[in-house]
Design a protein around this ligand. Structure first.
Ligand code: CA
Length: 229
């Protein structure tokens, strides 16, 4: 059976573009052009994935996303949020309310299809609780794997532990002593520069997402939930 993708989008040219590419890639497509219809359709037909526009007539994408992620029946359905260029605040909120990924318009339809496939694969291969998704990061604790967008990060064991801990406690400031204790297992702080060295290497591996690992002067480090550039 074909996988079904629900498109919730009010701009018909965008709908046509996505539909064409999804059909070509072998998906069945459902379409809703306003928020209320989108939400009902998602609940009734439980598609394999949803492409959700942020700005919609009626109910906006944010409310739809929240509603779907709150209910256990629809929570696992991956949501790819579409935002207009310049909606950076909204874009970030999109991730915080539980969208699994986002793309900014204008986007490459080919990339959209690839990302949807990746999202659906994740849901299927990782049904366990060992799984943490903080888009665009995705941690699998049972395989010690962290993916960033769709790239597997090559990490040492310490780097894996460090990044996992930072993501699990995202938004909070973690002191070097705390990190030494919880990541390295040191009871007495030895040289806290160890943390800085590893943090630097980790940032290099994160590339354009390096700024998610923030240095808080005089205090420690924080995995930033707000910026993504
Ligand atoms: Ca729109």
């Amino acid at each position: 059976m074909k996988d079904t993708v629900l498109i919730v989008e009010d701009e018909t040219d965008v709908v046509d573009l996505i539909r064409y590419n999804l059909n070509k890639a072998g998906f069945s497509v459902l379409i809703a052009t306003d928020g209320q219809a989108g939400l009902s359709m998602a609940r009734e037909s439980r598609p394999d994935a949803i492409v959700l526009d942020l700005m919609l007539p009626g109910l906006d994408g944010r409310s739809i996303c929240k509603a779907l992620k709150k209910s256990p029946e629809t929570e696992p359905i991956p949501i790819l949020m579409l935002t207009a260029r310049g909606e950076s605040a909204e874009r970030i909120e999109g991730l915080e309310i539980g969208a699994d990924d986002y793309m900014t318009k204008p986007f490459s339809p080919r990339e959209l299809v690839l990302r949807l496939k990746a999202l659906m694969r994740r849901v299927r291969t990782n049904p366990d609780t060992e799984d943490i998704g903080v888009a665009p990061f995705h941690i699998n604790k049972s395989t010690f794997e962290i993916r960033l967008e769709d790239r597997r990060l090559e990490l040492t064991t310490i780097e894996f532990k460090l990044l996992t801990l930072m993501i699990e406690r995202r938004g909070r400031i973690l002191s070097r002593d705390t990190l030494l204790q919880d990541v390295w297992g040191y009871q007495n702080a030895i040289d806290t520069r160890t943390v800085d060295t590893h943090m630097r290497r980790l940032r290099e591996k994160l590339g354009t997402h390096a700024s998610r690992l923030e240095t808080i002067r005089g205090e420690g480090y924080r995995f930033n939930t707000l910026s993504d550039s």
